[in-house]
Design a protein around this ligand. Structure first.
Ligand code: HEM
Length: 510
C-alpha cells in the first residue's frame, strides 16, 4: 500500500476514535443528567478509588436516583438512591445479572470464574455450587475451621515466646497472620488441601493468590481498555491473569483431580461438586457436556481469591479497631468467655451464634472497611427507573458505592466513629434496606457469606480469648490503603502489639 494512503487511513482512524471518545464523554451532558468530571486515570494514582466514590456520592446525592460517572470510555451510572439500589440488586435483577467484567475462557481460563462469568454460565455454576454453602454444610465444616483456629492460636503463642523484653507485647503484622489462617481454612474445607500457610516460612498459596489483586498483569490504562472494549480484547486474545497464577492453579487442580480419581476419595466438598459437573462419557460412549479441567481451575481460583483475602482483611481491621478501642475489646473478651463458659468451654456452631456482640463488632468493622467497596452490574436491556429522565440504556455500567453509603451520616451518624452498638437488632431495623452491603445483595450476592462470617468469627474468638491487642508506634492511624488494589486493603499491613492473656482457659473442640 502506498505510504501516503496508509498514513491517511491511520489519521482517519485516529480521528474517528477521538470523535467517538469525545461523544462518549458528553453522554450524560447530552441527556441533561448531573455527572462528575470524566475521571482521568492519573487521579487513581493520587487518590484511592474509594475516596473518589465518597466525594462524588456526597456531591451528587439528591440530584436524582443516580448520577453520571465515567470509567474511561464506559458510561456509568453511580446509584445514590437506596430504592434504585434495591431494584438493581434484587427486584429487577433480571435486567442486571452481569457484573460487566472481562473474561476470556479460551485464552485466559481462570478469568472464566463465577465472579466474572456472564449470565448463562453464571446461572449454571451458581445453581450447582449453592448447596456447598448452606448452613448444614457450614456445620460440617465447622470442626475443620476450629482445628485451624487452634493452630492460629499456637502460632501466635509460639511467636510471642517469652514476650517482649519491655513487657509491651510483641509487634506483629496481623494482616499476614490472618491471611495465612484463612488460606489454610479454605484450603482444607473446600479442597481437602493442607496449605500449611500458618507454619510455612513463605506461604505459597497466599503469595500466589495475592498476586492477582496486588500485582496486576497490566497497568490501569491497559486494564481499563480491556474492560471497556471486551470484544476487541477477546479478539486480540488479551489475558488478565498473571502467568504464574494461571500455571499454579491449573497444575494444582490437575494434580488434585488425578489424586481423587486414583484413590476414589470423596469428601463431598466444593471440589467434589465441581467434579460431578465434569464432562464425561456415559455407558454407551456418548459425550456428556460439562465442566473442563480449566473451568474447574477457574472456580477453585475464585473461591481462594474471594474467600481468603476478604475474611483475612476483615479480621485484620477488626483487630486494628479493637486495639484502638480497648473497652470494646474487653467487652468482647468478656462475652466470648461467658458464652464459652456456659457451654463447658466447648466451641460449637451454635455457640458462635450466641455471641451477639462479636457479630456486632464484625458488622461495624465491615461498615467502616467494606473489603469490596463497590458493587458492579451491567444493564442487559433498556431499563425504566420510573422517572422518564433517568432511564438506563442497555450496556450502561452500574456502580453501587457501598463505602459511600456506609459513610453517609443520614444512615450512620458520626460515621468515622467505631461503634458496634449500631448493629443491635433494633438499630438495624431502624435503617432502610440496602444501607449495609459488604456482602452485596440479591441473587448475585456473596455465595460464601456464611463461611466468611464463620471463619472470621472463629479466628477472632481464638485470638481475643488468648491475646490482648494494642497499638504501637508502628501502627499507622489512619491506615493508608493500597491504591493499586480494587479491594480495601492496608498498604503496609497492620502492625499491632500482641500480649498473652495469662489466665485464658483452653477452648475445647468436639
Ligand atoms: C468477609 C468475607 C467476605 C466478604 C466481605 C465478601 C464480599 C463479597 C462481595 C461484596 C461480593 C459481590 C456481591 C455482589 O455483587 O452483590 C462477593 C461475591 C462472591 N464471593 Fe464473597 N465475600 C467474603 C467471603 C467469601 C468467601 C469465604 C467465599 C468463598 C468461600 C466467597 C466467594 C464469593 C464468590 C464466589 C462470589 C461471586 C458470587 C456470584 O457472582 O454469584 N466470598 N463477595
Amino acid at each position: 500500500m502506498d505510504v501516503q494512503v496508509f498514513i491517511g487511513l491511520l489519521i482517519g482512524l485516529a480521528t474517528m476514535i477521538v470523535i467517538w471518545f469525545l461523544r462518549q464523554q458528553s453522554y450524560w451532558r447530552r441527556r441533561g443528567i448531573p455527572h462528575s468530571k470524566p475521571m482521568m486515570l492519573a487521579s487513581l494514582t493520587t487518590k484511592h478509588f474509594t475516596q473518589i466514590l465518597r466525594e462524588t456520592y456526597q456531591q451528587f446525592k439528591g440530584t436524582g436516583p443516580f448520577f453520571g460517572f465515567f470509567l474511561l470510555a464506559t458510561n456509568t451510572a453511580l446509584v445514590t438512591d437506596l430504592e434504585l439500589v434495591k431494584k438493581v440488586l434484587v427486584k429487577d435483577f433480571n435486567h442486571f445479572s452481569d457484573r460487566g467484567l472481562y473474561n476470556n475462557a479460551h485464552d485466559d481460563p481462570l478469568s472464566a470464574n463465577m465472579f466474572f462469568a456472564e449470565t448463562e454460565q453464571w446461572k449454571r455454576l451458581r445453581t450447582k455450587v449453592t448447596p456447598t454453602f448452606t448452613s448444614g454444610k457450614m456445620k460440617n465444616m465447622f470442626h475443620m475451621v476450629t482445628a485451624v483456629g487452634e493452630r492460629l492460636m499456637s502460632t501466635v503463642s509460639a511467636w510471642i515466646g517469652d514476650g517482649d523484653p519491655q513487657g509491651l507485647g510483641k509487634l506483629m503484622d496481623v494482616t499476614d497472620l490472618s491471611g495465612r489462617y484463612t488460606t489454610d481454612a479454605i484450603g482444607t474445607c473446600a479442597f481437602g488441601l493442607e496449605c500449611n500457610s500458618l507454619s510455612a516460612e513463605t506461604p505459597e498459596f497466599v503469595l500466589v493468590t495475592n498476586s492477582f489483586t496486588h500485582h496486576r498483569r497490566h497497568n490501569k490504562v491497559v486494564e481499563g481498555l480491556i474492560f471497556s472494549f471486551p470484544k476487541v480484547a477477546r479478539f486480540l486474545r488479551m489475558r488478565i491473569m498473571p502467568q504464574h497464577v494461571h500455571d499454579f492453579y491449573i497444575k494444582l487442580v490437575q494434580d488434585t483431580l488425578e489424586y481423587r480419581k486414583r484413590t476414589a476419595l470423596r469428601r463431598n466438598d466444593f471440589l467434589d461438586l465441581l467434579i460431578d459437573m465434569m464432562e464425561r462419557e456415559d455407558a454407551d460412549g456418548n459425550r456428556i457436556e460439562g465442566l473442563s479441567v480449566n473451568e474447574i481451575a477457574a472456580q477453585t481460583f475464585v473461591v481462594f481469591l474471594a474467600g481468603f483475602e476478604t475474611s483475612a482483611i476483615t479480621m485484620s481491621f477488626a483487630l486494628y479497631l479493637l486495639a484502638q478501642h480497648v473497652d470494646v475489646q474487653e467487652h468482647l473478651r468478656q462475652e466470648i468467655n461467658e458464652v464459652l463458659a456456659s457451654n463447658d468451654d466447648r466451641i460449637t456452631y451454635d455457640v458462635i451464634n450466641q455471641m451477639g456482640y462479636l457479630q456486632q463488632v464484625i458488622f461495624e468493622t465491615l461498615r467502616m472497611y467494606p473489603i469490596v467497596p463497590n458493587l458492579m452490574r451491567k444493564a442487559q436491556s433498556h431499563y425504566d427507573t420510573g422517572d422518564p429522565k433517568y432511564y438506563i440504556e442497555k450496556g450502561t455500567m452500574i456502580i453501587i458505592p457501598t463505602i459511600a453509603i456506609h459513610y453517609d451520616p443520614e444512615y450512620y451518624p458520626d460515621p468515622e466513629r467505631f461503634d458496634p452498638a449500631r448493629f443491635t437488632a433494633e438499630e438495624i431495623q431502624r435503617r432502610p434496606t440496602c444501607s449495609w452491603l459488604p456482602f452485596g445483595e440479591g441473587p448475585r450476592n456473596c455465595i460464601g457469606m456464611r463461611f466468611g462470617r464463620m471463619q472470621t468469627s472463629i479466628g477472632l474468638i481464638y485470638l481475643i480469648r488468648n491475646f490482648r491487642f494494642s497499638t504501637a508506634a508502628e501502627t499507622e492511624i489512619p491506615c493508608p490503603m493500597e491504591k493499586s488494589s480494587f479491594v480495601v486493603s492496608p498498604q503496609n499491613g497492620i502492625k499491632l502489639r500482641v500480649d498473652r492473656v495469662e489466665d485464658a482457659k483452653p477452648i475445647e473442640r468436639l
